[in-house]
Design a binder for this molecule. Structure first.
Ligand SMILES: Cc1cc2nc3c(=O)[nH]c(=O)nc-3n(C[C@H](O)[C@H](O)[C@H](O)COP(=O)(O)OP(=O)(O)OC[C@H]3O[C@@H](n4cnc5c(N)ncnc54)[C@H](O)[C@@H]3O)c2cc1C
Length: 240
């Protein structure tokens, strides 16, 4: 769907071993760093973490907070960014505020960028409101809304030309302007984010964000991701 994208900027290289080392230090007499040559490999560490920390909902999730992944999320609507930013424990964000620049809005006004590249509108099709009532978003309505966005871009450009600051003119921009952001999370906070934003009543585009995050999580912590898939994915469980 759409042009949404999530890429990895950086990640802890041996995340499951890192969690294992933290867990092991909870009960080891020695200094765990000294025992690196005896640490289980990544896959076995993942299996031990599942057995001792995740299985059975013991609530001992602290060791999962050490490994970090840094993701670049792109072309999502502003509303999705707003929703994802409500997660504030173990998650950090950087996103353009439109206070200092908004040149892609003026580029759209000048025809240098397409309106679709700068604004997100849902695809034409059938949707439901919050009460479950179905309605159609027609291709013709979508075209009218694209024109609405183009008109707003021209108004933004006019106000900038009249000397307005970007932080003043940004108020004229339609709500679902596309935004890119950098998000960092640890294994625990990322699973919590997926719990809340991949469930069926989360906003459609937030669910799409989770779909794009998922392959990176799976490649990074395969055993933990498999456990998550079998036990939590889309089940609306609210911890860890
Ligand atoms: C479907 C859906 C609809 C929503 N609609 C709205 C809406 O209309 N308007 C709106 O403003 N928000 C809305 N939210 C956001 C929601 O209220 C939470 O702010 C958001 O989901 C952040 O999740 P979290 O509380 O789990 O915090 P996270 O930052 O993800 O924190 C993780 C966990 O840490 C603990 N924690 C974090 N902060 C505190 C704290 N201050 N005190 C005690 N414990 C804490 C909790 O156990 C929490 O679950 C919606 C969320 C969802 C999933």
């Amino acid at each position: 769907m759409d042009r949404f994208k999530v890429e990895v900027i950086a990640q802890t290289p041996n995340p499951q071993q890192t969690i294992y080392a933290a867990m092991h230090q909870d009960y080891a007499e020695g200094f765990v760093w000294d025992e690196q040559d005896r640490w289980p490999d990544e896959a076995e560490s993942g299996a031990l973490v599942i057995k001792h920390l995740l299985k059975g909902g013991r609530g001992h999730y602290g060791p999962l907070e050490h490994p970090q992944i840094v993701l670049n999320c792109g072309w999502f609507p502003h509303s999705t960014m707003q929703q994802i930013r409500t997660h504030r424990v173990g998650v950090s964000f950087d996103v353009q505020s439109f206070r200092y620049t908004g040149s892609r809005i003026t580029d759209a006004a000048k025809g240098l960028k397409s309106v679709e590249e700068v604004f997100y509108l849902r695809p034409a099709g059938f949707y439901s409101d919050r009460q479950g009532k179905r309605y159609e978003y027609t291709q013709a309505q979508r075209q009218e809304d694209l024109e609405w966005c183009a008109t707003a871009c021209r108004r933004y450009q006019a106000r900038i030309q009249q000397g307005f600051s970007e932080e003043h003119a940004r108020g004229l921009v339609p709500f679902d302007v596309r935004q890119h952001w950098v998000l960092s999370a640890n294994v625990r906070s990322l699973m919590h984010l997926l719990d809340l934003r991949w469930k069926a009543d989360a906003q459609l585009e937030a669910q799409k964000l989770c779909e794009h995050i998922w392959p990176h999580f799976k490649a990074w912590t395969p055993e933990i991701a498999q456990w998550y898939e079998e036990n939590r994915l889309k089940k609306a469980r609210l911890a860890p």
